[in-house]
Design a protein around this ligand. Structure first.
Ligand code: ZN
Length: 347
């Protein structure tokens, strides 16, 4: 059996090629990949040939959100058996740099992140039929878990890490700006954490409908109703915590306008140099909080999907075969239709 892999050779140049297929060594498992989710970074690699200063400099197999079934097990692996549904953690911190030493492995100076063009050689990704990985990178699911759901452990972990930047969300009024996969999952996390209200904004009705199914208590299409959040901005603002998932200037401005004094703005969306209404940010004593990837939240995300705490089904809008990867990427870029687009492999 060939090991088909979706390989990016440069801007808009995806090819279905054959990847190496090593048998698992000691401590490793081979995973037959079932589903791989297209993330914003995959889209940037494909559409722009890179993300900011990180450029694709050699062919790279894309994909860092993937799950499948264990196909073979190397010597010394315990707790994983043939057929187990697993999601593979894309993070591979070095374990010995100063941030790893400080317990901040997600800031590892030598992080090898699956499907990332950060370092040369690039870290090859998970959009392929089979991948051999260290067994400890696998989060295990119960046998009846849909691997498509398991593949959402990675983006959900990003959202759990974002929520961990804020104080307790129980009883809080939360605003989520941007209803892509991360915005929708942030809404679900806020509800799971006991938020009293979760308002989600976007400029697309289709993605807002998904956010509703993920737990938003109210959705606002800010393109159609630009003044719908004015009441939230009254008396210095009524929102306790905002998760800004769009990195769009108007959305950041809205979040800061609606946040109450001493509120928290968790900036999840990423952009380069971006204007901010510093006057409001400073005068309302808003805490501006960054968030980067995740740490132990990967295992927590897997558990929450497995035990049904969070049902990711509503975000799964499209599925494509590997040979249709071009169409998958075009669809993933279309925010009017797509939330999470998966490539379906054979595992
Ligand atoms: Zn490190």
């Amino acid at each position: 059996m060939t090991n088909r892999a979706i390989t990016l050779h440069g801007r808009h140049d995806l090819r279905l090629e054959t990847a190496p297929d090593p048998a698992p060594g000691p401590g490793e498992v081979r995973v037959a990949v079932s589903h791989g989710g297209i993330c914003g970074s995959d889209l940037h690699y494909w559409a722009d040939g890179g993300i900011g200063t990180i450029r694709v400099r050699e062919p790279i197999i894309l994909g860092h959100e993937f799950a499948g079934r264990v196909e073979s097990v190397g010597d010394g692996v315990e707790g994983l058996a043939l057929g187990d549904v697993v999601a593979v953690n894309p993070s591979q911190p070095c374990g010995s740099c100063r941030f790893c030493d400080e317990g901040l492995a997600h800031h590892c100076l030598n992080m090898r992140f699956t499907g990332s063009a950060m370092f040369l050689p690039h870290e090859q990704g998970g959009f392929r039929d089979r991948i051999t990985v260290a067994a400890h990178r696998c989060a295990q699911f119960s046998p009846d878990t849909d691997p498509a759901h398991a593949a959402c452990a990675e983006p959900l972990a990003v959202c759990l890490h974002a929520a961990a930047q804020a104080s307790d969300l129980a009883g809080k009024r939360v605003l989520v700006t941007g209803a892509g996969p991360i915005g929708a999952l942030c809404a679900a996390v806020a509800r799971a954490r006991g938020a009293a209200e979760v308002i989600v904004t976007d400029v697309q009705d289709a993605t807002l409908a998904v956010a509703s199914r993920m737990g938003a208590t109210r959705t606002v299409n800010v393109a159609r109703e630009p003044s719908a959040l004015d009441a939230e901005a009254e008396e210095k603002g009524r929102i306790d915590v905002a998760f800004e998932c769009s990195a769009a200037v108007p959305a950041i401005e809205t979040a800061i306008r609606c946040l109450r004094p001493r509120g928290q703005l968790v900036q999840v969306g990423v952009a380069g140099t971006t204007p901010l209404p510093l006057n409001m940010l400073v005068a309302k004593e808003i805490a501006f909080l960054g968030t980067h990837r995740f740490g132990p939240e990967f295992v927590e995300a897997a558990r929450m999907i497995d035990d049904g705490t969070i049902d990711v089904a509503p975000i799964l809008t499209h599925e494509f075969a590997p040979e249709d990867c071009e169409a998958a990427f075009v669809t993933a870029q279309d925010r009017a239709r797509a939330v999470k687009v998966h490539i379906r492999f054979g595992g």
